[in-house]
Design a protein around this ligand. Sequence first.
Ligand code: FEH
Ligand code: ZN
Length: 337
Amino acid sequence: MQAVRFHGPGEGLRVETVARPDPGPGELLVEVAACGLCHSDLHIMDGDLPLTPPQTLGHETTGTVVETGAGVDHVGPGTDVAVFGGWGCGHCRVCTRGEDQLCNLMSWQGIGTDGGLAEYLLVPDPRYVLPIPELDPVAAVPLTDAALTPYRAVRRAREHIHPADTVVIVGVGGLGQYGVQFAAMTGATVIAADVDDRKLELAAELGADVTVNTTTQRLPSVVRSESDGGGAAVAIDFVGKDETLQACGNVLGTGGHLYIVGIGGGSFELSFNPLFGSELTATNVFWGSINELRDVLDLARDGRLDTGIERVGFDEVADAYDRLEHGDIERRAVLVP
Ligand code: FEH
Ligand code: ZN
């Protein structure tokens, strides 16, 4: 089968022919309908994660079950599925509560285990495939990561968001555009901040009440005026660099909460800062749980999510990652084998 293989930092990606996997006991073979290209893959290609190359990338996958190993009975060949990609050991405390993504990053689909940028994907456990009988598998593929991760952030932030509050979304790219949609569902005033007007125009279409281009506008003054001087109740950073984390700190009001989703490697000092509100809380967000993926699939089935995609073929993957790195992908680029 064809697969997009990573051979180590600086080695780039190669489309190669590799053996099609055979599912063993408890495993499933999924014929890939689509697999998303994620900004996190760029960090992987830069060597920010200790992968053992060669490795098939891709952690955002949908497809059709074509073969199952012994003992797999709840889903059979011919079933269209969304693949939960945060694969773990399956039996530790976080796995048994369905938050397998918190178990071990190096077990994940497309991180420590061959991923979905291929014609077929071997899934290690039937708990990781969720049937999607009412969704188009190609259109649904961003739900498994680009939507799932922001959903977890907003679900965790929900207890700190009242309808009269202001929520700031920093970075409205592949994940932030879903963060806007979920934040808008809370009823709060949603302020979307980015450096790219095209992304901000999309954010406004997807539910942002106010958009701020931080290259020409001062985010803190916009947030202060939108929040009657109180500052934002919640800020979600989908970039995660020093400057965006600092920008979030500058806009949170007293008792505000910062959710860090982007893995830009930045840091955020919670020490006293006269420009910050007091008693701030910051947390990072790691992908989403199996049941949160069920929630996202339900929202999509009910027509409540806008999941735009850009289809690419194997021979266009390298160029698509290059465009992603330069901010030239508007929705989610997805490989359709
Ligand atoms: C993927 C790989 C490594 C870290 C984080 C991620 C996220 O894109 C998963 O949502
Ligand atoms: Zn991702």
